[in-house]
Design a protein around this ligand. Structure first.
Ligand code: F6R
Length: 240
């Protein structure tokens, strides 16, 4: 797994967006697996800027959700789909017909996960994944422990993850279950970019970089990915 350290969050956003834009130039109908969370927001804003500048054509780009809270629907502003819609789909003019999403309100979670996977297979697989890492090492909502072949599934969120979502759920009950693309799906992407920003992530990034693939540190499975890069800013990777 390659590591690229850049100066600051702005440079991180530009670097990640440039890599996505290169992929889209090569393959205009690329399928992008897109994390939500704070870390990729600058990159998505930069993609929107490139589109406005006329240097990025997103008219055929396709997007897949990485994870979703259980029992939310696409119209729920708290849903991760709602977040992705505001941050990525709307600014890049990506029609919902070009989005693979979780039917998180489907009572049968197994059915929702199998149909998500089937849509990804039918779409020809994921070309590029934009990922963030949780303070507990999760990728998507593959909480520790998650094996490298963990399937797309319903998961119980760890107390740390529930806590870190608190800010987004002011006044409402924070969900403690989610659907997530499995580690197996993440590791099958053609290219994976893990974005890591800020001093709060320095400890977990150091562990991920040093660790052999370990179910207790799900992001460490990326060492097995054939084309994965970590792009970190200096605050997240102060040591060489
Ligand atoms: C969200 C997701 C999560 C986040 C992770 C980091 O779709 O996949 O794994 O990437 O929790 O979140 P931030 O970027 O907010 O620190």
């Amino acid at each position: 797994m390659e590591l690229l350290v850049v100066d600051d969050p702005g440079a991180l956003a530009r670097e990640a967006a440039a890599r996505i834009a290169d992929m889209v130039a090569e393959r205009p109908d690329a399928l992008l697996l897109a994390a939500t969370g704070e870390t990729p927001m600058g990159s998505y804003a930069e993609l929107a800027r490139l589109r406005r500048a006329g240097t990025l054509d997103t008219s055929s780009l396709r997007v897949a959700q990485l994870d979703e809270y259980r029992d939310t629907d696409a119209s729920d502003p708290h849903s991760l789909y709602g977040w992705m819609d505001r941050a990525l789909l709307e600014p890049l003019a990506i029609d919902p017909a070009r989005v693979i999403r979780f039917a998180a309100d489907e009572p049968d979670a197994e059915l929702a996960c199998r149909s998500y996977d089937a849509e990804i297979v039918a779409a020809g697989g994921i070309d590029i994944a934009i990922l963030g890492v949780g303070l507990n090492g999760h990728l998507g909502f593959n909480e520790p422990p998650s094996s490298a072949d963990a399937p797309t599934r319903e998961v119980a969120l760890t107390p740390e993850s529930v806590e870190s979502n608190r800010a987004y759920w002011a006044g409402s009950t924070i969900p403690d279950r989610a659907l997530t693309a499995g580690m197996k799906t993440i590791l099958a992407t053609r290219r994976a970019i893990l974005l890591v920003s800020g001093p709060r992530k320095a400890g977990i990034l150091d562990r991920v970089l040093r660790s052999a693939p370990d179910p207790w540190l799900p992001a460490s499975h990326l060492h097995r990915h054939p084309d994965a890069i970590v792009i970190a800013d200096r605050a997240a990777r102060p040591v060489a």
